[in-house]
Ligand binder design. Structure first.
Ligand code: BES
Ligand code: ZN
Ligand code: ZN
Length: 508
């Protein structure tokens, strides 16, 4: 989607559809709101008539299309709910609902009247960014395997109008920046949505190489031979059952500041998680193609970091393998020796994410001595049980890092919730015969025992773990309850969040 900024009021411009926000009318509110006066004039009184007959009430998700009298163009009024509960996230969802509602309705271009979405408590820049996210992400569809498609909105313009034209240069920069980020999210979704026959570990390496070429990033791919030399026994164990061998992929962005800090971003890249010998039930196995979402998010974050030239140096590590049962697969009872020498007793081959991450975390900490490590992983079903499909779990051993990520979450609307890591969880992952075990007999706090396991491989480095098992994708059921900018399939959760963190977080 192309996104533009225009100084003019949206009603005077010539987009196919001009979109305005409408706040919900109060219980006793009968008079026609002044905020809709321009829309009313443009529609020659139709908007007021619709308001009077309570067709327009401003409820969230309410879409009202009004045709202009000359037949040229339409107005779309989108409900924003009560003023008191409004924030940028409401605008983000509304923009997505608008472009979705217009799909297949002959609207190629839309113009958002920015001023109708701005309030005293939601500044114009945050709202403009939210509208961009909503429009770009809301119109996303995974089309690679579709032979036909109803046309959707192709171009969105953020219209400033008289009041906001004074802020033009700042808003222009914000819109451009946010469009770049949203484009990275779309790019990430396209890869995360690929099925496992196509998105093999080697194919993900190919994507990384191509990205590196385009943006001048250093990309190193460790194949199974090299992984064996490096003693990456975790990746080799998990990938051992598949005809598509494992890869560890490292991407380096040098940083925009001269002596900036180094942030490592590590992702779980299981291209398909059948569970292995501890095989999963058939019911929802198909969605395990999304088990690579953490690693693919790392690709998207590196793309965004390089596009926006963020200050920190960023090292991306993707731990990629396919978890399948076969005669060469790893088994329950096996012990894997990982990159940093620590050993893992494998009790359940379906707890494979932590096993591949052990090598990636051990490697990046030893080789790059980063100031901070952030990992993203579709790690546990327990995360989904605890927090649902919209909110990722955060575990952090560093207060500044946690605070920075929580602030970024607030700004981007990608929800995360911090969970504790205690000695109880650390005790639970100790093994009788190895350093750690990958599964625990007590069916408790599965997200946190997984985190305790990972902590073993980060040592004392400031670390944040994002378990994105639920938020990485929507299913046909959960999709109904999610914001309109989360379409069917991969969400690329974490790309906007971590990119925002890299852009904002001040560090001494
Ligand atoms: N990839 C799954 C976690 C998952 C579950 C992601 C549902 C998305 C949706 C992971 O590898 C897994 O199977 N974890 C096991 C761990 C257990 C065996 C200790 C789980 O959560 O059940
Ligand atoms: Zn698994
Ligand atoms: Zn998995």
């Amino acid at each position: 989607m192309k996104v533009l900024v225009d100084r003019r009021d949206g009603l005077t411009a010539a987009a196919d559809v001009s979109v305005s926000g409408v706040f919900e009318r109060g219980e006793k509110e009968t008079s026609f709101p002044r905020a809709l006066a321009d829309e009313d004039t443009a529609s020659a009184g139709v908007v007021r008539a619709a308001w009077d007959r309570k067709e327009i009430r401003g409820k969230r998700k309410e879409l009202t299309v009004v045709h202009r009298p000359n037949g040229k163009g339409r107005l779309l009024l989108i409900g924003l709910g009560p003023r008191g509960r409004y924030d940028a996230e409401v605008a983000r969802r509304a923009a997505a609902e608008a472009v979705k509602g217009l799909k297949g309705k002959g609207a190629r271009t839309v113009g958002f009247r920015l001023a109708t979405f701005v309030t005293d408590t939601t500044p114009s820049e945050a709202v403009a960014r939210a509208l961009v996210d909503g429009a770009v992400l809301g119109s996303y569809e995974f089309l690679r395997y579709k032979s036909s498609n109803d046309g959707g909105v192709e171009e969105s313009t953020i219209h400033l109008g008289d009041d906001l034209a004074r802020e033009e240069s700042g808003l222009r920069k914000a819109v451009q920046e946010e469009t770049s980020i949203a484009d990275c999210v779309v790019w990430t979704r396209d890869i995360a949505n690929l099925p496992a026959d196509t998105a093999t570990p080697e194919q993900l390496a190919e994507e990384a190489r191509a990205l590196g070429k385009e943006f001048g990033l250093k990309v190193t791919v460790f194949d199974e031979k090299k992984l064996a030399e490096m003693h990456c026994g975790g990746l080799l164990a998990v990938g051992g059952g598949s005809a598509h061998p494992p890869r560890m992929i490292v991407l380096e962005y040098g940083g925009g500041a001269r002596r900036g800090r180094t942030v490592a971003v590590v992702g779980k890249g299981i291209t398909f998680d059948s569970g292995g010998i501890s095989i999963k039930p058939a019911a929802s196995m198909a969605e395990m193609k999304f088990d690579k979402s953490g690693a693919v998010a790392v690709l998207g974050i590196l793309r965004a970091a390089a596009t926006l030239k963020v200050a920190p140096r960023v090292i991306g590590v993707m731990a990629c393998a396919e978890n399948l049962p076969s005669g060469t697969a790893y088994r329950p009872g096996d012990v894997a020796r990982t990159y940093n020498g620590k050993t893992i007793e494998v009790l359940n081959t379906d707890a494979e994410g932590r096993v591949v991450l052990s090598d990636a975390l051990g490697y990046v900490v030893a080789q790059y001595r980063p100031d901070e490590v952030i990992d993203l992983a579709t790690l546990t079903g327990a995360q989904v049980v605890a927090l649902g499909d919209d909110t990722a779990g955060l575990v952090a051993t560093d207060e500044k890092l946690a605070a920075g990520l929580l602030a970024a979450s607030k700004a981007t609307g990608e929800p995360i919730w911090r969970m504790p890591l205690t000695d109880f969880h650390r005790e639970l992952v100790k093994s009788d015969i190895a350093d750690v075990r990958n599964s625990v007999e007590l069916p408790v706090a599965g997200m946190l025992t997984a985190a305790a396991f990972l902590e073993t491989f980060v040592g004392g480095t400031a670390w944040a773990h994002l378990d994105i098992a639920g938020a990485a994708r929507t299913t046909s059921t959960t999709r109904r309850y999610q914001p309109a900018y989360q379409n069917a399939g991969a969400t690329a959760f974490g790309v906007r969040l971590v990119t925002r963190y890299l852009m904002d977080a001040p560090r001494s």
